[in-house]
Design a protein around this ligand. Structure first.
Ligand SMILES: *Cc1c(COP(=O)(O)O)cnc(C)c1O
Length: 426
């Protein structure tokens, strides 16, 4: 079967042929390939084509596909059972591994997806503060729960419109939108609203890669303290990706609640939220904030997470190594773009990288949206043809995995040179 045939068939039985919309390649206008298997830095499609994979399952696979240690841990766990519905020791083991690394986290609870982690974190923040208001930032993604599916009308607005059908206005009326890297837009909301929590991606990875400015995040922390609001740092993507301690070494800003996902599951569906005991003990069964999950803390997922974090903690140079590759890649892409007359902004944070076809620096969502999406679509299509798989949208983050060699990075850069000169000579 060809990729086209497989996708036609998928579309017959699954809406749009995918279980998560970005996989459909809608932003680049092509047909996605269907994967047969992954190995190290590469994906192989059902026609036997090989792609250097800069998505790595959208973040989780920091050691690449089929990492032997993680695979062995999963296989061993599977032999003991797929799910117990009782406490298992690896839940405590993985919780301790994470808690020990963060001085703003005493306890952690596991869930099955980043969406659940942020949704539960917000409920917990509301239960803890006994307030309802929530501030989120334009361009930040925190999963697909109702209260978070909201975008700005235009520019600085406090009330937003749901960015999805099926979300009642009643549900989003407590969600207030602020502008990323613009502290005044936050202050204005605090002055008129009773705010339980501010949720932010400290290193935003879902409008392309746009890190918070240090002075902005520090000021945000101060505002939350002043008004008695909970600061939720959503590190579902940046956690164990930007560094071993996520955003925290870049800013020195402590969270009240931190959310994790992606890397902590090592490729299995696991996420978590953690905070100091005073907040976490508001959760059921200790406290009045209800939260639960049939498969939460699943033993196979816990084993994958434990194996993944064990490897991370054992390897002092891991993030420096990954960052060097990400920086080299971005340097190469920028040179290739510029020498063919295309403007490019690049950004690297640890193993995360991002680039915009844009003349100007990108500091928020409105800036990001001014990027050239038609050029990105052409670049994506040409890169894929040359065997390099980049995110099928400019407004995503790319990921380096430890299985990527310097040769792989050089291959991607040569492919970019080729892709840009093909576009220029179009
Ligand atoms: C991916 C992501 C989520 C949602 O996680 P899912 O596991 O896809 O539900 C939430 N927040 C951030 C910052 C993310 O990158």
């Amino acid at each position: 079967m060809t990729n086209e045939q497989a996708f036609e068939l998928a579309k017959k039985y699954i809406p749009g042929g995918v279980d998560s919309p970005v996989r459909a390649f809608g932003s680049v206008g092509t047909t996605p390939f269907t994967t047969q298997r992954g190995e190290g830095a590469y994906l192989y499609d059902i026609q036997g084509n090989r792609y250097l994979d800069f998505i790595q399952s959208w973040g989780p696979l920091i050691f690449g596909h089929c990492d032997k240690d993680i695979q062995d841990a999963v296989i061993n766990a599977v032999k003991l059972g797929l799910s117990y519905g009782t406490p298992c020791q690896d839940e405590t083991n993985l919780a301790k591994m994470i808690v020990d690394e963060f001085d703003d986290i005493d306890k952690i609870r596991f869930v099955n997806s980043g969406t659940e982690a942020t949704m539960s974190a917000i409920r917990l923040a509301r239960g803890y503060t006994k307030k309802d208001g929530l501030i989120k930032f334009e361009g930040c993604y925190h999963g697909h729960s109702d209260a978070l599916l909201i975008k700005a009308g235009s520019g600085a607005t406090t009330y937003g419109n749901a960015s999805s059908a099926g979300v009642p206005n009643d549900i989003i009326k407590n969600t207030h939108l602020a502008i990323y890297n613009d502290i005044q837009s936050v202050e204005k909301i605090f002055q008129t609203q009773s705010i339980a929590a501010v949720i932010i991606e400290p290193i935003a990875g879902n409008m392309g890669l746009v890190p918070a400015k240090k002075e902005f995040l520090i000021a945000l922390r101060k505002l939350c303290d002043k008004f008695g609001a909970v600061l939720i740092l959503d590190e579902v993507m940046s956690g164990f990706r930007a560094s071993k301690h996520g955003s925290k070494p870049f800013y020195g800003v402590k969270a009240d609640i931190t959310t994790f996902g992606k890397v902590i599951g090592g490729g299995m569906p696991t996420a978590a939220f953690g905070a100091r005991s005073e907040i976490m003990d508001c959760l059921s069964p200790n406290g009045a904030v209800y939260q639960a999950g049939t498969l939460s803390g699943n033993p196979v997922a816990m084993a994958a997470g434990k194996a993944s974090l064990t490897k991370i903690f054992k390897d002092e140079n891991l993030y420096a190594r990954l960052e060097k590759k990400a920086s080299n890649l971005m340097k190469g892409f920028k040179q290739a773009a510029n020498s063919n007359g295309f403007a490019m902004q690049t950004c690297v944070r640890g193993s995360m990288f991002g680039f915009f076809f844009n003349q100007n620096e990108v500091n928020n969502y409105a800036d990001a949206l001014k990027s050239d999406t038609a050029l990105y679509a052409k670049f994506h299509t040409n890169m894929l043809k040359h065997g390099v798989y980049l995110a099928p949208s400019q407004f995503e983050t790319g990921f380096i995995c430890d299985a990527m060699s310097d040769d792989d990075i050089n291959f991607a850069i040569s492919s970019a040179k080729l892709a840009f000169s093909e576009i220029k000579n179009g």
